[in-house]
Design a binder for this molecule. Structure first.
Ligand code: SF4
Length: 202
């Protein structure tokens, strides 16, 4: 049984896998309180759903929307809840299962793609802003950049793709990020705008 905020169909608007049609399962609640949070819906609506019920909803949307095979479990902070059974059932049903997390709560869950998005608000919980056990299993890292000093928070020891995302698609911040990527000379750092916002999707 999981607390769900919403289940909907859209595209992956952020990160390395940007542009892929996907079904989003948004789990309720978060353990952080970022000033720039753009998912207020993760704190408002809450519905208790059995894992089988969630799969039925996903299957309905996947078929309705022309065979979508990607599912993204997100939040809020999804690791607040044990979604291992949901992930297992989704994989059994043939879905590619990704998760987006702030990386502060460690659970060993078998997934196809793990995006860690460390937040400065997490520095009060741990020195690096994320649980280092995620470093081995992560597929990508994504940092929201609000100002130049946020670049200093980016962990340079990460050898996976690192996405630097200007807050609210701010183009002034995007230009600054581009300059900083050039200066840093990190071959695994990328800049990405939020595509779903450009396209005015959810
Ligand atoms: S970690 Fe994400 S969902 Fe949680 S408050 Fe920060 S931006 Fe919002």
């Amino acid at each position: 049984m999981l607390e769900i905020s919403e289940i909907f169909c859209s595209i992956q608007g952020e990160g390395y896998r940007q542009g892929i049609p996907a079904i989003f399962i948004r789990l309720y609640g978060c353990n952080l309180n970022c000033k720039f949070c753009d998912t207020p819906q993760a704190f408002k609506k809450k519905r208790l759903m059995q894992e089988k019920e969630i799969i039925e909803k996903v299957e309905f949307l996947a078929k309705k929307k022309a065979k979508i095979s990607n599912v993204i479990i997100t939040g809020g902070e999804p690791y607040l809840q044990d979604f291992s059974l949901l992930a297992e059932l989704l994989k059994k049903n043939g879905y590619f299962v990704a998760v987006e997390t702030n990386g502060t709560i460690w659970r060993e869950i078998d997934l196809d793609w793990i995006c860690i998005s460390p937040k400065r608000d997490a520095l009060k919980l741990m020195p690096s802003g994320y649980d280092k056990r995620f470093k081995k299993v992560a597929s990508e890292f994504k940092y929201v950049i609000t100002k130049k000093s946020d670049i200093l928070f980016v962990d340079k020891s990460i050898d996976k793709p690192v996405i630097l995302q200007p807050v609210n698609n701010d183009l002034r911040i995007a230009s600054m990020i581009l300059m900083e990527i050039k200066k840093a000379g990190m071959p695994n750092w990328f800049i990405r705008l939020q595509l779903h916002k450009v396209m005015k999707l959810r």
